[in-house]
Design a binder for this molecule. Structure first.
Ligand code: BV8
Length: 247
């Protein structure tokens, strides 16, 4: 693990300058400076519920109205948010490397809004809804005004947020793409994630079994910190533009 501060930034820039393939994994901390609440950090979410209590199929089966209320409230917070300088820096980095893949756990769509294209939304996207009977029927609800009734598919079945809940598998194609990119990369940036949600939290060790150098960018310590080669302590909205400018 590296000393913090400018030395860490210098070493991260040096590693990136030599890299052909770079992967970035992002979590809720990436959007904190856009005003989107994180899950487990201070400030927290609207209710004292844990995501594990609301973001599950069982919670939806038990009380779909409560789960939709939570997601509609989150959509309201996200609709007011704009990509911050960290999102923009990652979109610019995409054009600087022969291979750059952005893997996000975030469902807020802010990486897309910032212009990132080689992007894998591993936990889905809050602006989409899908049919509970025909999962391939997906609807973009960005800009929709929620009605009084719970949203339903033309087939009559309830719609649900098109995100991955706890206890649900990630899309195997997306996960394979993520694992392949991580295995092949020279530098893995792990940004704004508490690194406790699996299987995404297992990706950094996959990178280290390859030849990758792991750089953690976070305001706090996480279970990954002791495993990272370089630890840059600070807000991603400030650190990422600094890294991008120095490349
Ligand atoms: C699955 C829904 C299997 C969308 C979310 C081992 C292996 C496999 C699974 C498990 C396992 N152990 C346990 C499990 C089960 C579970 C799990 O990991 N539980 C945890 C809690 C222990 N995993 C699952 O259930 C996964 N499914 O494995 O299925 C399977 C296989 C076959 C068949 C059936 C089943 C599904 C995981 C996805 C769950 N869905 N959300 C939504 O509503 O958003 S996860 C939820 O947490 C969000 O998606 C969020 O993105 C994610 C991770 O949180 P973070 O992004 O890290 O955010 P957090 O607030 O925690 O941390 C923010 C960080 O940012 C902090 O470190 C903070 O310091 C930092 N920060 C703050 N500000 C800044 C900053 N950093 C930089 N700059 C700043 N300004």
């Amino acid at each position: 693990m590296d000393a913090n501060g400018s030395d860490a930034i210098g070493r991260a820039v040096e590693a990136l300058r030599c890299a052909r393939a770079v992967v970035a994994i992002t979590g809720a901390g990436m959007s904190a400076e856009s005003g989107v609440p994180t899950f487990r950090g201070s400030g927290g979410l609207w209710r004292t519920f844990r995501p594990e209590d609301l973001a599950t199929p069982r919670a939806f089966a038990r009380d779909p109205a409560l789960v939709w209320e939570w997601y509609l409230w989150r959509r309201g917070r996200i609709a007011a948010a704009r990509p911050n300088a960290g999102h923009v820096a990652l979109a610019q980095m995409e054009r600087r490397f022969a291979a750059f893949t952005l893997l996000t756990q975030n469902v807020d769509g802010l990486h897309l809004d910032a212009g990132s294209r080689n992007l894998v939304e591993l936990h889905g996207n809050i602006w989409r809804a899908r049919c509970t009977e025909e999962p391939r029927r997906v609807f973009d609800q960005r800009g929709d005004t929620p009605g009084e009734e719970l949203p339903r598919c033309p087939c009559g079945a309830l719609l649900r947020p098109d995100v991955v809940w706890f206890g649900e598998p990630l899309d195997p194609v997306a996960l394979d793409r993520a694992a392949a990119a991580v295995r092949a990369c020279d530098v893995l940036l792990v940004i704004g994630t508490s690194a406790v949600v699996y299987p995404v939290a297992s990706l950094p060790s996959l990178a280290r079994h390859g030849q990758a150098l792991v750089v953690e960018i976070n305001v706090d310590e996480t279970p990954l910190t002791s495993e990272a080669d370089i630890v840059v302590r600070g807000p991603s909205g400030a650190i990422l533009p600094q890294l991008e400018r120095l490349l």
